[in-house]
Design a protein around this ligand. Structure first.
Ligand code: ADP
Ligand code: MG
Length: 630
């Protein structure tokens, strides 16, 4: 046989585009060649009705000397008719679809360039040869060759072993694919979990070994025998039975961790995981891992690897995985996903929506289950998973509904309380508020005002917490819930129904403090605070403070004026005495000192203010000693 021809008419249009546009992710051609080999072996097994004991494999041979990359399988092979039919005529079925979407002008292109198939070889090769022998009895070997993917030549081959070898003569510009290390890396990424054993054979290494004289090889000292001395081709590069395809009850914790470490090239262990294993109404397999999350939310990049029947497609497909789950790591294997379409198509696909809802529900179920059965363990995870859960609530109302009872407040006493627990424990003490601190150290004095009264104070110290609190107040549907920082409010310190001293005149005190402190805008309020040893507290309205912080965080130029309120305690003997004192230097001194003490309870005094405070304190000490001596 000797036949020349041109490949189906579409090739004339498609090949130039494939070559011109696919400058990124070129390495997917390796996945396409290897997966075709795996498919050929699967087909062979099907045709034979099983192949017990046969050594079925795909071998990738790097032959730098010849400038070739070869993909050999002992699968079903092709007859000349099949080459004609599957290579010359319909090989573009996938590519055509691909092109249609690619030309739609979408920047993202097609997910993992899926379905490009055999012709992707021409992205890197200036000559591709198929050398094949069908498994059918009396089949004749055939060779197919093409330099540009547009015209081909076919002739009889000489192959005697069933199967196919595809040889790519690599272009001058693409020499990286003749480097064994680079090829291994690509294989690891795309083919690490394919269903047929894949072997890598680097001829450069093998030739080097053969060239070395026998007696130069180390033999006495066993320790010197480096692992690379072992024949490389003897271990497949892939794991043909990925854990996510197994039934969850058959998997051990150690196996889950091992898969995690292998998938993400890390030595770290995940906190816990969710094994997705659904056959109906859609086929979805996978494992989602909760990694340890660093406190600075935002710097955490999750990684979800999308597979299609054990073939790696792409990382971080936002369109399939709910956005907030992107903080997780893991793998999703979903054979039914239409991958040969554009990303925006996936985004609007009903199937994908159901898939993503299912994943969300599974994750919520896991959190609830942990909370209900292993509360202590769950609490131990909380600080790591909190950013993820909170972000998830803000992004997805449905997720919030599912996890709202397992959201924890971490208190300054290192306890973990649900919102309901917080409310019932602080019933009557804290009205309907949840008190919190953004900086337990700096705000220690203000925190103590609450904790000493048996009121729990939650730690809300991340950026996501600010957003989460607003969400809970306005969007979360929690009846009348509000958050107040320890220096925002005195409602938790108030004594209800207390007899107030009528002698204390709020307006008069305000005038005096304004004068003493030279602060015209200062607001002074008299309140009955239950702790009589506490004369004054300085508060700043929660909403005003948050607004200020938000605009600062977003870099707005205009800065809001601070609006502090000095709360004086009607029940404090000190305040009672103060309000009866004659105006004068002594009173001014006391008022200044009280104001500083109030400031000190929410944050440390800075430089100048601290100096003044210390000087005045010394003055007061001096006054006292003077009194005693008299
Ligand atoms: P797909 O794999 O999606 O069918 P490809 O373009 O990758 O598309 O391959 C086209 C066809 O060529 C395959 O369906 C198969 O029939 C044939 N083919 C490619 N590689 C091999 C191989 N190694 N062994 C047998 N047949 C092959
Ligand atoms: Mg294919």
């Amino acid at each position: 046989m000797n036949q020349n021809g041109s490949i189906s008419i579409d090739a004339q249009n498609i090949m130039p585009v494939i070559k011109r546009w696919l400058y990124s992710d070129k390495d997917i051609f390796i996945r396409e060649m290897v997966s075709n080999g795996c498919d050929a072996i699967t087909k062979y097994k099907l045709a034979k009705g099983g192949a017990e004991g046969e050594d079925l494999r795909v071998t990738v041979t790097v032959d730098a000397e010849a400038g070739e990359l070869r993909f050999t399988d002992n699968g079903i092979g092709m007859t000349a008719e099949e080459v004609e039919k599957y290579i010359n005529q319909v090989a573009f079925s996938g590519a055509e679809e691909f092109l249609k979407n690619y030309q739609g002008g979408e920047k993202d292109g097609i997910i993992g360039h899926f379905g490009l198939g055999f012709y992707s070889a021409f992205m890197v090769a200036d000559k591709v040869t198929i050398d094949t022998l069908s498994f059918q009895e009396n089949a004749k070997p055939v060779i197919w060759e093409s330099e540009d993917g547009m015209s081909f030549a076919m002739r009889d081959g000489g192959r005697t072993q069933r199967g196919t070898t595809i040889t790519l003569h690599i272009m001058e510009d693409e020499k990286e694919f003749l480097d064994g290390v680079r090829v291994r890396e690509v294989l690891d990424r795309y083919c690490g979990y394919m269903s047929v054993p894949i072997y890598l054979e680097d001829l450069a290494l093998i030739r080097k070994k053969e060239a070395a004289p026998k007696d130069e090889q180390p033999k006495e000292n066993g320790a010197e025998k480096a692992p690379e001395e072992q024949p490389e081709e003897e271990k497949p590069i892939n794991d043909t039975h990925p854990l996510w395809l197994k039934a969850p009850r058959e998997c051990t914790d150690e196996e889950y961790k091992e898969t995690y470490r292998r998938l993400f090239h890390t030595y770290e262990d995940p906190l816990f995981w969710v094994h997705l294993n659904v056959d109906y109404p859609f086929n979805l397999k996978g494992i989602l891992y909760f990694p340890r999350i660093r406190r600075d939310f935002g710097a955490n990049d999750g990684e979800i690897k999308l597979f299609n029947r054990q073939v790696f497609v792409a990382d971080n497909i936002k369109e399939v995985i709910p956005e907030f789950l992107m903080l997780l790591k893991g793998v999703i294997d979903c054979p039914d996903l239409p991958l040969n379409v554009s990303r925006s198509f996936l985004q609007n696909d009903g199937y994908v929506k159901r898939l993503s809802q299912h994943i969300t529900k599974k994750v919520a179920d896991k959190l609830n289950a942990l909370f209900n059965t292993e509360r202590k363990t769950y609490e131990g995870y909380w600080n790591d998973i909190a950013p993820f859960v909170k972000y998830g609530c803000i992004r997805d109302e449905k997720f919030y509904e599912m996890v709202k009872n397992v959201i924890l407040l971490h208190t300054v006493k290192d306890e973990y309380l649900t919102v309901d627990e917080y409310r019932s424990r602080n019933e009557g003490k804290a009205e309907k508020k949840i008190f919190y601190t953004t900086e337990p150290q700096r705000q220690a004095a203000a925190v103590a005002l609450y904790t000493e009264r048996g009121i729990d104070v939650a730690v809300m110290d991340t950026l996501i917490d600010m957003n989460f609190m607003s969400f809970m107040e306005y969007g979360g549907g929690q009846e009348g819930l509000s958050f107040a920082r320890v220096d925002a409010d005195v409602s938790g310190l108030r004594q209800e129904g207390a007899e107030a001293d009528p002698a204390i005149d709020e307006a008069a005190l305000q005038d005096e403090f304004r004068l003493a402190l030279d602060m015209k805008d200062l607001t002074v309020k008299a309140e009955a605070l239950s702790d009589t040893s506490l004369p004054v507290v300085l508060v700043e309205d929660e909403q005003v403070r948050r607004y200020k912080e938000m605009s600062a965080a977003y870099g707005e130029k205009f800065t809001f004026p601070s609006r502090y309120t000095l709360v004086v305690n009607r029940l404090s003997p000190t305040i009672r005495k103060l309000s009866k004192m004659e105006a004068g230097d002594r009173k001014t001194l006391l008022e200044k000192q009280l104001y500083d003490i109030a400031r000190l309870s929410s944050r440390p005094l800075e430089a100048e203010d601290l100096k003044t405070f210390i000087a005045r304190s010394n003055e007061l000490v001096d006054l006292l000693t003077g009194e005693d001596a008299e």
